[in-house]
Design a protein around this ligand. Structure first.
Ligand SMILES: NC(=O)c1ccc[n+]([C@@H]2O[C@H](COP(=O)([O-])OP(=O)(O)OC[C@H]3O[C@@H](n4cnc5c(N)ncnc54)[C@H](OP(=O)(O)O)[C@@H]3O)[C@@H](O)[C@H]2O)c1
Length: 177
């Protein structure tokens, strides 16, 4: 996910208006759309929390499109939510069972979209192999954390760092098992 320097992925009300900033870092890389497309094509399925799904539905309703293409998208929820496409499937219950018993045998690259509750659940259950954390050049003071209520240490190995012209720094970590 993308977070402010103080570790928030959204404001308390869920808004992400601060993600686009006016910063420029002259020595940074340019985000090449072809590279982004090639990277997205390596993702086999998405998993997201219901609040992230509701944000995605809100973007779609505003005409901003659906970011997950035609890839299978598993939405974690205990509620009845609107389903706008066949690729979306709802799941409620044990996340480790969903990932280990259902998704891993079918999909190689499973992308957890977020948000903070789900990313913490994923780390707590030791399901993550890799964490992609992009720091946006802004402080927002308060909001929803990248990892909501982690209950212990998680040792990481820094595997990649990239800085972009937009001032965003992309960090990639391997989670040590
Ligand atoms: N900056 C970024 O890159 C980025 C990326 C992703 C999201 N976001 C933002 O993050 C915010 C949402 O994050 P969040 O932490 O509030 O919520 P979230 O992680 O998206 O969703 C949490 C909800 O998912 C459901 N859930 C989680 N695990 C479940 C399970 N095992 N079984 C059934 N349901 C389960 C529960 O809701 P129910 O009540 O439905 O059961 C839970 O309250 C949004 O504002 C979104 O825009 C930002």
């Amino acid at each position: 996910m993308a977070a402010s320097l103080d570790g928030f992925i959204a404001r308390k009300d869920g808004s992400v208006d601060w993600l686009e900033t006016a910063d420029e870092f002259a020595r940074g890389d340019t985000m090449d759309p072809e590279f982004v497309e090639a990277f997205l094509s390596t993702i086999d399925c998405y998993v997201m929390g219901s609040r992230t799904y509701e944000t995605a539905l809100g973007f779609e309703a505003k005409g901003l499109g659906w970011s997950y293409g035609d890839k299978p998208t598993f939405v974690l929820t205990s509620r009845e939510l609107p389903r706008t496409r066949d690729t979306v499937e709802f799941y409620s219950g044990d996340l480790a069972r969903l990932v280990n018993e259902r998704l891993r045998p079918m999909f190689r690259s499973i992308w957890f979209v977020g948000g903070g509750v789900v990313s913490a659940e994923c780390l707590r259950l030791r399901l993550a192999d890799e964490i992609r954390y992009s720091i946006v050049p802004i402080l927002i003071g308060d909001g929803i954390r990248f990892f909501e209520k982690l209950d212990g240490d998680v040792a990481l190995h820094l595997s990649e760092v990239k800085a972009y012209k937009s001032g965003m720094v992309e960090l990639c970590y391997e989670a040590r098992k």
